[in-house]
Design a protein around this ligand. Sequence first.
Ligand SMILES: C=C1C=NC(C(F)(F)F)=NC1=N
Ligand SMILES: [Mg+2]
Length: 220
Amino acid sequence: MRVTAARMRELLKVYFILGSNNCRKNPLEVIAEAIEGGITLFQYREKGSGALVGEEKVKLARAIQELCQQHRIPFIVNDDIELALALNADGVHIGQEDAPAAVVREKIGDKILGVSVHTREQAYEAIRQGADYLGIGPIFATTTKEDAKEAAGTTLIKALREDGLTVPIVGIGGITPDNARVVMAAGADGVSVITAISLADSPVQSTRKLYQAVHSQPEG
Ligand SMILES: C=C1C=NC(C(F)(F)F)=NC1=N
Ligand SMILES: [Mg+2]
């Protein structure tokens, strides 16, 4: 059956996203370190310049899924619904330019469905169509997503919480151990990162710092 909101909130705490083109070394090594450091959810996002395609993409996805399964970390696939179904992944993440959430929900059954939203209307529509969590950002400036919008800060997260919305929300975009608390204080249930872990000198250390930041009391 569908993931509960309470369980989804736990999973969103430290949500690592990675594709082979987001890191210099072997993605499996980076993910193993991130798992050791305490990530709670993983998303395979093979996208942008230099991304793998075809059989190579499937092989890497399987290898990463295997690693996640060994450590009981749910494995989410970005964009590629067919790949997610072929691997029996734990869920998918889609953006506004992908198929409508209701269409994807019908295809994936009770798997986890995450939707990127940038406005109140998109947020309410995603929930109505069956999203289990919302990805909101970019909170801070990001260099990872090549077609990212302007940094929007935490305005939308705060607005949705002021509306009384309790849907699980994860912030994304330029998040580091130093600014993660701001995202949590705005009402996010967790933070999603790529570069803060994938290009860190020590992915384990960086993950540990993120984990501590999201579990610490709001400052002040
Ligand atoms: C563009 C994206 C926005 N948000 C998220 C997540 F953090 F998972 F919600 N993933 C993406 N790929
Ligand atoms: Mg997409």
